[in-house]
Design a protein around this ligand. Sequence first.
Ligand SMILES: O=P(O)(O)OC[C@H]1O[C@H](O[C@H]2O[C@H](CO)[C@@H](O)[C@H](O)[C@H]2O)[C@H](O)[C@@H](O)[C@@H]1O
Ligand code: UDP
Length: 899
Amino acid sequence: MTVFIASLFLPYTIDFKPAGSRGCRQRSSVVEGAVDGSNSGPIVGRLPRERSGSIALTPGATTVDEKVFKAYASSLADEISITDDPKGPYPSEPRAVLWGHSHKFTQPRSKATDHPEPSLLHHRQPSKDRDYGSLGGMEKMSIPGTPEPESFRHGFSAVDWAVKAAEQGHGGLQNAVHAAEEAGILQDKTWVGTLGMPTDSLPDVIRNVINETLRDDFDSLSVFVSDNAFEGHYAHFCRSVLWPAFHYQMQESPRHNEYDDYSWKQYLKVNEAFADAIADQWKPGDCIWIHDYHLLCLPGLLRSRLPDAEIGFFLHTPFPSSEIFRCLSSREALLDGLLGADLIGFQTDEYCSHFLHTCSRIRRLDALADGIQVHDRFVRVKSWPLGIDYKSLNLLRQSVEVRDWITNITYRYKGKRLIVARDRLDAPGGIKQRLQAYELFLKSYPKWRENVVLVQVASSASEVPELEAQVSKLAMHINAVYSTLTHQPLVFLQQDISYSQFLALLSVADIFMATNLREGMNLTSHDFVHCQDGRLVSQRHGSLVLSEFIGSASIFHGHELLVNPWDYKQCAKTLNKALEMSPQDKERNWRYLIDCKRPYTALSWYSNLQSALRESHMMREYRQTTNLPPLKTKALSTSYNSAHSRLIFLEDSSLSLLDNQASTQAVNDVLRRLVADPRNMIYLTSDLSPDQLAPNESCRPSEMGIIARNGLYARLGNDTVWINLSDNDRIRGWHASVKKVMEYFRERTEGSTIEEDDYSVVFHYENATDQEAAARQASELADLVYGVRGSESIRIVRSQGAVSVKIIEGMAAAASFVWEQISPEQLPELILVAGGKKNYEELFRWANRLPLLSPSSSQPPHITVVPLATGKLTDGARAVLPVGESLIDVLQALAPLDT
Ligand SMILES: O=P(O)(O)OC[C@H]1O[C@H](O[C@H]2O[C@H](CO)[C@@H](O)[C@H](O)[C@H]2O)[C@H](O)[C@@H](O)[C@@H]1O
Ligand SMILES: O=c1ccn([C@@H]2O[C@H](COP(=O)(O)OP(=O)(O)O)[C@@H](O)[C@H]2O)c(=O)[nH]1
């Protein structure tokens, strides 16, 4: 089984250089080739190190501001002056080196910088009598297995190329994939992505050879799209439309409709190219993982090509509030694209909730707490925060290079308190706000002016030149006002620095500021906490000043130094607090952060996602219920008889044992036989309350457990005490707030009514005088309820003429409660769930998930879930009652009279 991992950029790209021009690059560490496909260097699993001799801090200053700061940065570089090869040879390094030594902080570059030079590629005149496409004048087409003539090899060997680490891509994702491979939970993978460089000028033969090398030696499937399509997709639609919107930057930009339309078409085109490439290679049993906002339409495009494929999607960025998302002109298509997946993962619960609400609002879909019902498919939605890979980080930070940088930086900033930040220079990066807060800090706390330095690494983002100019000015202003002859409080590097330099900075910093306005997660803050363990630098426990608005804030929830990045006063105060903190408090804070992030590792992220996808896909199959097989009663009896322990949930509406209607003798008899068997745990479920059930008490066998009020109460078998599974105050709370909102709409919608019981509140407008206005009100009502629901597990169901708000997870939670009461020796070998009400789907899903909860050593239980009513209740069911049979017939087959 192959796992396809699709991300816009492959972890690799191609470095084109004329033969012999690679200078000092270590040839042995590059996978090299000439266009004829012969590898001119040995293929080894390492890519070239990008050595930064003296960090390139002075290139291309153009504006006055830039000159000032680049000159400053350059003098800093001279001061720091490192040697090209700190103390080689390098220790054996972790995999992350494969790409980690590339200039990671060149992220904003949309493409690799090394273009194949046209003069090299077209140095031959196309031959008139042959048509070899872009190969033009080649004497002979390269046919696999056929030796090429010398002339061919010579002509193109002048265009050497090398596979090298891509300069952009998902660091966190790559580390997670690597960790999963090392742990053996990922065995056969194929990365799918573009090379992130212009490829139009590449002759087909070169593409093919590159393709093959990447496929054979780098488990990669390269997707080729035209340079125009790539530009429209990435630079325009991704970077100028989606990225700002997903990070709450909906400012108007001077764009034309045609521009938007064009870039949207290119976005789709690139997504389609991915779909075609994957569909071409996919085999039944393979799994497809799609990553991030560049490929939102890919799940849907793949679903239409491969209806049975196992498809997962993970969004690394935030998913914004529906208020923002609904401004996107392609909102429906984007949602439909995403909903092609079996499972959609987000970094935090907040993003999940925004997504669920957006689907309900824009697509009018039935959003449950754990996913979306899309016609006959259920798309699971859940948060799985990405974490870091300690193993590779530990190895990397102990490299000679990082150690040397630590020495250099410690020497350079001796006696100073060091604050470090590193962000992309775009609006969500929050550099502008951070500098403003820092200025206020220097102003308000003069005692620190002479001994604090903020090192701000700002990777450029050419998309927003105005912001760059503003930030440069601000930086210049801070240094102009607060510098002294011997001290400059701000080092503003509008430059990329190497990862080793950055790790060294993280290790020696007193404070790391991750005060971005928005960010999906921000793993760098996790790296910082880890690097402050004192392993390389004695007793650090530096402080993390963290924005409330980034994914990491949900991991470090409750952290003492959380800030609102727009509140400069608070940020300034927090910096002062962090600097004044006693070593004991710093350590306490640090330990808190370490504990918070412990459960979230790159490996656990990968493995949780992988099993959740498996489960969702499996459940999706059960949900494809149009042709559910009839229940095989005989087979069920066989499993029942061989099971030493059985758990059975039966919905009472068809048995009438719990309600006040008299049940038949047959029902009474068969239930008594079932409960008499000590191997059985029988639970009847009802929507009645314990009070309503009381009068009929004596008619029921006392061994039978009961779940009442759709899961709000449970009574275990042989027990007389009702357990309230929900907190009454909480229920009253949601009930009251939802009702209040409904009242508001009822008053404004003539003819509407509200109906309530203790687990649902329904706004009826089927008899409203003005249906159109009432439907609009109902939509607004649904939106508002989403807003007030807080963390409650409620479900909003829109139906013809009504909006129902119901408490959910009741049945599954009650079933889990029952499950928790069972001792490990008694864990059931057979589970039967039979019911016909809508909330039984929840129970079906719960039961379907059980095999995944079973310890691997134990035999998974045999599960049968049977919808009792025909019609809509099929989600999660595995079989239907055979025509003419009732539940009693099935129960009688299990416990016949003579047993
Ligand atoms: O620059 P892009 O091509 O648009 O890519 C976007 C960013 O993707 C990665 O960051 C995202 O994923 C991280 C890990 O899940 C998460 O921590 C971060 O908040 C997300 O934005 C990548 O690491 C960035 O460098 C890219 O800029
Ligand atoms: O050259 C590099 C750059 C980053 N990383 C790691 O990749 C993760 C950052 O990934 P990403 O850029 O996806 O996350 P962000 O920092 O944007 O949250 C961090 O744990 C880094 O330690 C790495 O191993 N090598």
